[in-house]
Design a protein around this ligand. Structure first.
Ligand code: PLP
Length: 496
């Protein structure tokens, strides 16, 4: 494909995407294919000779689309939102078009002419803009007087949690080494212990596995919120037993029910352990802090050492775009610096080199899409979107509450509503769980809606994310979804 053909095919692709978006409603939300369906539909080897582009696109529609789960479908209500606003898609296109690999600031110099100053500098500025917009304390912001803070864009919240834990681990080992210079680092590592709530995302557990450290998973309170006292008891107990607390992962907006750990309480506890790193994972809820009415849930962030949020969740931005801020960038980079000659440049000491901020060396120009989003919508436009998202969830919550066959199982703060059929007076917990499992199976098997399960206080619940208005209408009016075999009374018909 040469540039002139790309000009044509690129425009056709934009048309294909627009048609896809406009006709999404007519597709099944989830595919109905069996594992291995694509293997049977594609040749067993790569083509030896070039094929016409039209044939490729025909196969996209015939072979790929039947196996696609349509995350942008108006009736996709699973997990958290997956952004794909058009300005961010354009940002991704431009990033791919420029095709630079922004691992360092470097401009032309004796050793290195690669990387790209604009790629690094726009990222620093976008993290500054975003940090200010969501209300992070000045210690996280790169341009504040005396600040050692700053931010970086990663591919996922999991990476943000991992690199924060890596930095905390390096810092913890360094402190221990100072105290016990003759003790082997392997032994010191075996003493380190991290903490999180049972409601934390599984990426914390994965990070602990990768870091090869112990993780103590703590019981949250009845509102699925980790409390300071619970953490304090665990840390005191571990210290007494000779273990060394080094990392606490908290969550604002948990995956299963959008609960919030009690950050002010936890922060005050962690402050008593000066070498413990406090991380805040706000992968979903982070963008809600763009709105003044949600900012109170950020209270306690001033105690944190690192904070992450995914703009590809609640900020409409196309995947991948996960923002991480730290209050001490030197602690982060000292855990990750390797500096071979071929990557050095003469601005090493004055410019930020993002290759020291994460696992990957090569990095995409992701900041373009944040810049495009912020300029296209403005903070006010993004606030409007967050508010609409929350209103829809409140509306659904109201509908569920009006129907006494159902109960709402979480405190609805943003877009997530956890609900379930109530158990009958003679039903056991297992029977109530089973009837809800059947309901969820029916919902998903219909191909018309997609939702996921969650476990709340050890009960099976259905987790529904606010999306588009049609969601609510379908939920209360489709007899196939409201299977009379499961729901003994006939479904109400929604009029709005
Ligand atoms: N943290 C929380 C609170 C999440 O809800 C999720 C995913 O939904 C993650 C972390 C993991 O996100 P990612 O897929 O970006 O690694």
């Amino acid at each position: 494909m040469d540039v002139e053909e790309f000009r044509v095919r690129g425009k056709e692709m934009v048309d294909y995407i627009c048609t896809y978006m406009n006709t999404l409603n007519s597709r099944r939300v989830v595919p109905s294919v069996e594992p291995g369906y694509l293997r049977a539909a594609l040749p067993s080897e790569a083509p030896n000779y070039p094929e016409p582009w039209d044939d490729v696109m025909t196969d996209v529609e015939k072979k790929i689309m039947p196996g696609v789960t349509h995350w942008q479908h108006p009736r996709f209500h699973a997990y958290f939102p997956a952004g794909n606003a058009y300005p961010s898609i354009l940002g991704d296109m431009l990033s791919a078009g420029i095709g630079c690999v922004g691992f360092s600031w470097a401009s032309a110099n004796l050793f290195l002419v690669a990387a790209s100053p604009a790629c690094t500098e726009l990222e620093i500025i976008m993290l500054d803009w975003m940090g200010k917009a969501i209300g992070l304390p000045p210690a996280f912001l790169p341009f504040e007087e005396g600040s050692k803070g700053g931010g970086v864009i990663n591919g996922s919240a999991s990476e943000c949690v991992l690199v924060s834990m890596l930095a905390a681990r390096a810092n913890g080992i360094k402190r221990l080494k100072h105290q016990f210079p003759n003790v082997d680092e392997g032994l010191l590592l075996s003493k380190l212990i991290a903490y999180c709530s049972k409601e934390a995302h599984s990426c914390v557990e994965k990070a602990a596995m990768i870091c090869f450290v112990k993780l103590r998973i703590l019981q949250p309170d009845e509102h699925a919120s980790l409390r300071g006292e619970t953490l304090k008891e665990a840390m005191d107990e571990d210290e007494e037993a000779g273990r060394v607390p080094f990392f606490v992962a908290t969550t604002l907006g948990t995956t299963s029910c959008c609960s919030y750990d009690n950050l002010p309480e936890i922060g005050r506890v962690v402050r008593k352990f000066p070498s413990v790193w406090l991380h805040v994972d706000a992968a979903y809820a982070g963008s809600s802090f763009l709105c003044p009415e949600h900012k109170h849930r950020l209270a306690g962030v001033e105690y944190a050492d690192s904070f992450n949020t995914n703009t590809n969740k609640l900020m409409l931005t196309s995947f991948d775009c996960s923002l991480l801020w730290v209050t001490n960038r030197y602690l982060l980079t000292s855990a990750l610096v390797v500096d071979p000659l071929y990557l050095q440049h003469c601005y090493d000491h004055t410019a930020i080199d993002y290759r020291h901020w994460g696992v990957a060396l090569s990095r995409r120009f992701r900041s373009l899409k944040i810049w495009f989003m912020l300029r296209s919508y403005g903070i006010s436009g993004l606030q409007k979107y967050v508010r609409r998202h929350c209103e829809l969830a409140k509306y659904f919550e109201k509908l569920v509450k009006k129907d006494d066959r159902f109960e709402v199982c979480n405190t609805v703060t943003l877009g997530l509503v956890c609900f379930r059929l109530r158990g009958g007076p003679d039903e056991t917990k297992e029977q109530t769980d089973d009837i809800n499992k059947k309901l969820l199976t029916n919902i998903n098997a219909s191909g018309k809606l997609h939702m996921v399960p969650a476990s709340l206080r050890d009960n099976f619940v259905i987790s529904a994310l606010a999306h588009k208005r049609s969601f609510f209408v379908r939920m209360v009016s489709d007899p196939k979804i409201y299977n009379p075999a499961i729901n003994k009374t006939p479904p109400p018909i929604a009029t709005n």
